[in-house]
Write a new protein. Structure first.
Length: 152
């Protein structure tokens, strides 16, 4: 008998034992720095994304800094934080498809440097439309798209 695939909302609520704090391995420290890091729970990432109000934006790096401060560590794992933001975005989209009005505004969470995340629901077209409707300007650089607020 086939197992039912978990919904995005179920994945968001599955903490898999996180948050967990651990020392940074030597291999990881070459890229990310040394000390201790937190692997957050998906819901923690979603909660931060949910605080971003209309007209505001946040990057994954900014979310990582908030998580590190919350847990008293040197940094939050960049890989899992990004994956959990992606899960939060899909869970919000799934909730919206079900008719929910108050969802996590995932389109306000950007990649490093203010880049729009093409892997979020609806891709660049959806993100660009939502952000422009909130007053943000989107700039294309080659095949990538950025919120002009983050361009130097």
């Amino acid at each position: 008998m086939a197992r039912k695939k978990a919904t995005w909302q179920e994945k968001l609520l599955d903490s898999k034992g996180h948050p967990s704090i651990m020392p940074v391995s030597e291999k990881m420290s070459q890229r990310w720095g040394s000390g201790t890091m937190v692997i957050p729970a998906p819901i923690e990432v979603d909660e931060i994304m949910g605080t971003v109000r209309k007209g505001q934006l946040i990057t994954i790096d900014e979310i990582r800094k908030l998580l590190a401060a919350k847990h008293g560590v040197d940094f939050a794992c960049p890989i899992t934080t990004g994956i959990f933001a992606w899960i939060a975005a899909h869970a919000a989209d799934e909730a919206e498809q079900e008719g929910k009005k108050r969802i996590t505004p995932y389109w306000r969470t950007l990649k490093t440097g203010g880049e729009l995340n093409k892997k979020y629901p609806g891709g660049i077209k959806n993100l660009k439309a939502r952000l422009e409707a909130e007053g943000h300007s989107i700039v294309q650089k080659r095949k990538r798209f950025f919120a002009s607020d983050y361009l130097g």
